[in-house]
Design a protein around this ligand. Sequence first.
Ligand SMILES: [Mg+2]
Length: 387
Amino acid sequence: MKIDRVEAVTLRFEYERGFKYAGGVCTGRLTTLVRVSTDDGRVGIGSGYSHPGLLHPIIEHQLSPLLIGENPADIKRLWQKMYAVTRWYGRKGAAMTAVGALDTALWDLRGQAEGQPVWKLLGGDTPHCPAYASALLWKSPEELADEARALIARGFRRVKMRLALGADADGAAVEAVRTAIGPDCDLLVDGSMRYDEQSARQLAELLRDNDVFWYEEPFPPENIDGYVRLRRDCEVPLAAGENEFGAQGFRELIRAGAVDIVQPDASRCGGISETWNVCKMAREAGLRVATHSWCDAVAVIANAHVIAAAENGLTVEIDQTGNPFIEDLLTEPLVVLDGMLTLSDAPGLGIALNEDVVDRYRLDDPYNIPDGNYSDMVFGRQFLADL
Ligand SMILES: [Mg+2]
């Protein structure tokens, strides 16, 4: 089995009516898939969530030529090769995301070749993986309560909401969602990196009083010392990591004692291999891992294989904001029952893309992205939030 083709495909979707969040009004979504094909007719799938105009040249001009002719099951060596060739400009950000997207596709191929699902290759003994609903953005308390009830009715037992609405509005929002989901479901909050240390401490008290399960990203990822200081007397577990890359980046976060829960994302931080390495490091430090995902169902599934297999795997994130790349991209939709996502026993990632959906949303020119606010990536200054 030898790799004979590598392809990157960017998908773009535009909302009829966007939604408000900490970064302004989200008008659409973007994600990039990779397909790695072999000479015996197999195709491995991966996902990368970064600027498409950066991912494409890295994948097509630099990494693809390295992979062609190689055995895809030789993942460790190929990962190191891809990392070494991008190190000069990479290590964090788009280059690591590109390496990771391909790494995930290699795991898919290795599983297919060995007839085993990835969660088994990683040493796991269960296909079940806890999953949480990620939604509840900037809305009125009444709207948030209605939405939270709908998420529970859909099968979730954990929901995540976004704050940074201002102290009074944060309080009303948290209390509305806590009341709506009742005491038996978990409430997670995301600070969207928009607090200073004083307001983060005040919020921590409100979160403790509402029995919040984790307190995510009050500060930007660069402010590791701020996390360390807040964690000393914060009674709610602190979570961060969606903006961290590579084992080295996570080692810094973990060594500093910045968080209780680590949040790598295979579609950002270096693929299934690096997410697994982060799980091992976190376990040695006595920390739990809850992967981030915000782009597509391939990313959710890649992360879920790791979390299902890891002893310290806590839960995976599933975007519930109405994202077609979550809901329509796979031939078998993601189903959550009583808070659990169940992975397939099929070899590899155990998924297939809905090719009609890929064709419908394919962006022909990844270097010419129409202006818009794509949640984490903004093109055109008119779409930037007032900062
Ligand atoms: Mg987050």
